[in-house]
Ligand binder design. Structure first.
Ligand SMILES: *Cc1c(COP(=O)(O)O)cnc(C)c1O
Length: 391
């Protein structure tokens, strides 16, 4: 086979770091070594870099600068939001509402809280992965202290009705957290209008570096510190800040804001081309997730009679990187909890594959995948006794 450039279609797992972000981080590592808590000029310089980055992240989300706390990423933001609110509001109640399609960072945090005396409601979703706001309303009790529903799903791309859920939370006086790791920098978020109290973001999902993220905490939210120690991050997260990471995150947020409208349209067009191409060229395939309320970069498909893992390996040999289920559950042969929650039978869920496009994805790359994929599927199906029986 002719050696071609590799094609990366796993941007929901992580994104390449933008060249301008690399430049900012290199300069920062080389020259800005001061501790932002120091009062001398070296410290002030580092602090200035940090606050400028905080402004960029706040501006991307439509929040105030002082409502952004830097963390080590999406997982820490989710953990801190949920545990922080749960522990600080124990006197009010011990009930939390979430969904069955959340990222493991939310689900496992809730499972941990169950061992600490909290009661968790895991709401089911419909066939397209949507949480019904009506079911959120019904699940509320006088002990509910927090609702945590993700903004968009990382596996099937479904965008959840967070505005409606947030309004319900607000009406009932309950805090609302949303995991916006897949949406921040990709689709508009305006915290001036969105009724959300806590929101998680991760830099490496928006062309920034790994190991840095943010938690938006609306002013007035009562929550416990996530890491105890010094007074950094307004006493919420102790420890000397990751200045190069923060500077890179700020740059990535700035670029994401600038490019969002054009990238949304461009990627959605490529997404639709890819979905219709796969549906047309390969029989017995279906789209996972919602047909219209979906991330502009998400193509999640069930391709019956072929294991997702086998498709992945064959694509990888052809230089194409995709994913089956989420990065965390691939490697295990358990079907994804998200696909199962959306009512997809386990035998079909195992046949799922996710392509997630990004700012570097080209039309030519999508064409190439549409050329290569049908042959891979045909080859694999030839080896499937079940497929033969179906014909
Ligand atoms: C990637 C991801 C996370 C975890 O973020 P990290 O920065 O990798 O810890 C959390 N939630 C969702 C929806 C994600 O896609």
């Amino acid at each position: 086979m002719k050696q071609t450039r590799k094609i990366y279609l796993d941007n929901a797992a992580t994104t390449p770091v933008h060249a301008e972000v690399v430049k900012v981080m290199q300069a920062c590592l080389a020259d800005i070594f001061g501790n932002p808590s120091s009062i001398h000029s070296f410290g002030r310089e580092a602090k200035e870099v940090m606050e400028k980055a905080r402004d960029s992240v706040a501006s991307l989300l439509g929040s105030r600068n002082e409502e952004i706390v830097f963390t080590s990423g999406g997982t820490e933001s989710d953990n801190s939001a949920i545990k922080g609110v749960a522990f600080a509001n124990k006197d009010k109640g011990n009930h939390i509402i979430t969904s069955t399609v959340e990222h493991h960072a939310v689900i496992e945090t809730c499972r941990f809280l169950e061992t600490q005396g909290f009661k968790i409601t895991y709401l089911p979703v419909d066939g397209s992965g949507l949480v019904d706001p009506g079911s959120v309303k019904k699940a509320v009790t006088d002990k509910t202290v927090l609702i945590s529903i993700m903004h968009a799903n990382n596996e099937i791309g479904t965008i959840e009705p967070v505005e409606e859920i947030g309004r319900i939370a607000r009406e009932k006086g309950i805090y609302f957290h949303t995991d916006a790791v897949q949406t921040a920098g990709h689709i508009p978020i305006n915290l001036k209008e969105l009724p959300v109290d806590l929101l998680s973001v991760s830099a490496h999902k928006l062309y920034g570096p790994k190991g840095i993220g943010a938690l938006y905490i609306r002013k007035g939210v009562k929550m416990a510190a996530f890491i105890h120690g010094g007074e950094q991050e307004r006493n919420r997260r102790a420890g000397t800040e990751n200045i190069p990471g923060i500077a890179g995150f700020g740059k990535a947020a700035e670029i994401a804001k600038k490019e969002m409208q054009t990238e949304m349209k461009r990627q959605a067009a490529l997404r639709d081309k890819m979905i219709s191409g796969i549906l047309k060229k390969i029989e017995k395939t279906r789209l996972n997730g919602h047909p219209t309320r979906r991330l502009p970069n998400n193509v999640s498909m069930s391709i019956e009679y072929v294991e997702g893992e086998s498709i992945l390996l064959n694509l990888d040999l052809a230089g194409i990187a995709a994913s089956s289920g989420s990065a965390c559950s691939s490697g295990s042969l358990e079907p994804s909890h998200v696909l199962l929650a959306a009512g997809i039978p386990p035998e079909v869920a195992r046949c799922s594959i996710r392509f997630t496009l990004g700012r570097y994805t080209t039309d030519g790359e999508i064409e190439q995948v549409l050329q290569i994929l049908p042959g891979i599927i045909m080859k694999l199906r030839k080896m499937s006794p079940l497929f033969k029986d179906s014909h």
